[in-house]
Design a protein around this ligand. Structure first.
Ligand code: FAD
Ligand code: NAI
Length: 515
């Protein structure tokens, strides 16, 4: 038995060494990445003779494009009212303080500083795009304005990646009384309102009816945004608020309202069932086949379809109302569409061809949620489109460069009698390269799957696997969800901050202070 014990001890010792080495490797790699982040190479200004490429937006589409783009080939100008990239998949976690909002933001200036050639950034909104004059109008809508807060920028090439705004379907009262969940400000507003509702419900002498209203949190829209938020909210109450404010906690209720017969309509049937069962186990009240028709300050009016086909109007009082019913076209995009006859039949955004060129225009491309290319409005699609367009623009610049060089070589061939053969060879090599560059395949989206957090440390995943689909849900999927999103975070800084936030909220509980 002795030699066996020795072997076991040796194996354990090796395993320990390996773990130790991998941990040391991970720490070393993290430090290296942090150093790289903090010490970018010096940048140079691109030649003024290069074309001006204007990129609108700093979201998933535009940032993927900027990452891929060789900025030395163009004079690149980025215009966006948001001077950071936002990692939206973790935004629902910011509404309850599981993650702090700055952990999922990456300043656009830090992103651009790592490009070889300098890129100009203007914090402004584009209010008008004039394709005839090849000009955009930009407006500084921030709180502090200088002597100039409105100007025009001419472009040679334009990429539109302005995303979408929140859909309200014209339901009265939504904009005035509910919170959306799209931007950092929305998540902060929700976090503040949750705690305001709780503290107000705990106010001395509050009537039972009023406590019930204040503690009723309603989410409209059973798409992934609504489901993930409802799950996060229930976790917050179960894990933190219940312990801190026990007397009113039994009155807390989350209701998820969806107009269609089920939540998460884009997921597989099996996962829809699993999600609805899990949400019910978490005591989330699900109202399907219920469309909200009107919102007032303290209650909403909805139309419920009964199983026998009859309809009933119900009034639902609420303390917090979160509106998550999907996307609508931004005004600047609508305005551009109205100027292009080829866009007259497009309803959901700028119709683009398979190279993402806006139909009916020259030198304008659209990517992400503002473009209609036949795919769902997701981060996955936007970033693949941005990536594709980055490569396409790099190729286009190289094409121009090679064409100029071929012209130059051809025109001097007669003068270089001695090495004409070498010149001809060089021309042939460049032409071969050109053919390869020009042979760019059209954009094709490759779906990697869908993931959503559904609360109580469970997630659902519809993952593409070889040629098929693999649907799974539960606690292991939750670990997969966490590691997938962690690996997708923009930078090492984001990854470190998100891990620290997860550990912090697990160890000390979420921070319930109302800012
Ligand atoms: P955005 O990322 O919205 O970026 C638009 C940019 O344009 C912003 O920088 C904005 O400031 C700027 N802009 C706006 N107006 C103007 C203007 N007038 N002029 C100039 N710039 C302007 N998708 C997934 O695939 N997986 C997920 O897990 C996931 N989770 C999500 C969670 C939430 C809470 C939300 C809201 C969305 C989620 N999505 C997810 C969807 C995903 O975030 C969007 O599809 C994606 O952000 C679209 O990228 P985009 O670049 O088109 O637009
Ligand atoms: P969505 O469009 O996916 O869902 C909105 C839901 O609201 C729809 O099911 C609709 O039927 C419902 N609705 C509309 N009007 C209503 C009304 N008046 N009353 C009740 N219900 C109403 O919107 P969501 O969730 O904001 O997602 C937007 C996009 O972002 C989608 O493409 C989605 O796939 C993507 N996304 C992906 C996530 C993920 O993969 N984890 C997370 C969040 C968003």
């Amino acid at each position: 038995a002795k030699p066996k014990a020795g072997k076991l001890r040796r194996t354990l010792r090796w395993m320990w060494r390996l773990t130790y080495l991998s941990a040391a490797g991970l720490v070393g790699y993290t430090f290296y990445m942090v150093y790289e982040d903090r010490h970018p190479e010096p940048q140079f200004e691109p030649s003024p003779s290069k074309k001006t490429l204007v990129v609108l937006g700093t979201g998933w589409g535009s940032v993927a494009l900027l990452k891929k783009l060789d900025t030395e080939n163009y004079n690149v100008i980025v215009v966006s009212p948001r001077n950071y990239f936002l990692f939206t998949p973790l935004l629902p976690s910011c509404t309850t303080g599981t993650i702090e909002h700055r952990s999922i933001m990456e300043p656009v200036r830090a992103i651009l500083r790592h490009k070889k050639a300098a890129v100009k950034y203007y914090e402004a909104e584009v209010s008008c795009i004039d394709p005839d004059r090849k000009m955009i109008k930009i407006v500084d809508n921030s709180e502090i304005k200088g002597a100039i807060s409105e100007t025009e920028i001419p472009y040679d090439m334009l990429v539109i990646g302005v995303g979408a705004e929140n859909a309200t379907f014209g339901v009265p009262g939504v904009r005035e009384h509910s919170c959306f969940l799209k931007e950092i400000g929305d998540a902060q507003q929700i976090r503040k309102t949750i705690m305001d509702c709780v503290e107000t419900a705990a106010f001395k002498g509050q009537s039972a009816e009023e406590v019930d209203r204040l503690m009723h949190m309603v989410v409209v829209g059973g798409g992934p945004t609504g489901v993930e938020f409802a799950g996060e909210l229930q976790d917050f109450f179960d894990e933190d608020i219940r312990k801190l404010v026990p007397d009113i906690s039994p009155r807390f209720k989350v209701t998820l309202i969806e107009a269609l017969p089920n939540v998460l309509p884009s997921f597989s049937k099996q996962l829809i069932e699993y999600t609805e069962n899990t949400l019910r186990e978490e005591r989330i009240n699900i109202l399907t086949k219920t469309a909200v028709k009107k919102v007032t300050e303290n209650s909403l009016e909805a139309e419920m379809s009964r199983p026998d086909g009859t309809k009933e109007r119900v009034i639902i009082p609420y303390g917090l109302l979160v509106w998550a019913t999907g996307n609508a076209v931004r005004p600047v995009v609508k305005d551009l569409m109205s100027r292009i006859p080829a866009q007259k039949d497009s309803r959901r955004g700028l119709a683009v061809n398979e190279y993402l060129v806006v139909q009916g225009t020259r030198d304008i491309w659209a990517i992400g949620d503002c473009a209609v290319a036949g795919y769902a409005p997701t981060a996955q699609v936007a970033s693949q489109e941005g990536n594709f367009l980055g490569r396409l623009l790099n190729n286009m610049a190289m094409t121009g460069e090679h064409e100029d060089r071929i012209k130059e070589l051809s025109s001097t061939m007669n003068l270089q009698a001695g090495n004409a053969a070498e010149v001809a060879e060089e021309i042939e090599r460049l032409e071969k390269k050109l053919r390869r560059i020009r042979d760019v395949k059209p954009f094709r989206y490759s779906h990697q799957g869908s993931l959503a957090y559904i609360g109580s440390e469970k997630a659902v995943a519809d993952v593409s696997w070889w040629n098929g689909n693999f649907a799974t849900g539960g606690s292991m999927t939750y670990l997969f969800w966490r590691s997938a999103y962690l690996s997708m975070c923009f930078s090492t800084r984001n990854r470190v901050l998100v891990v620290v936030d997860w550990l912090k909220s697990k160890a000390f509980g979420r921070d319930v202070s109302r800012e």
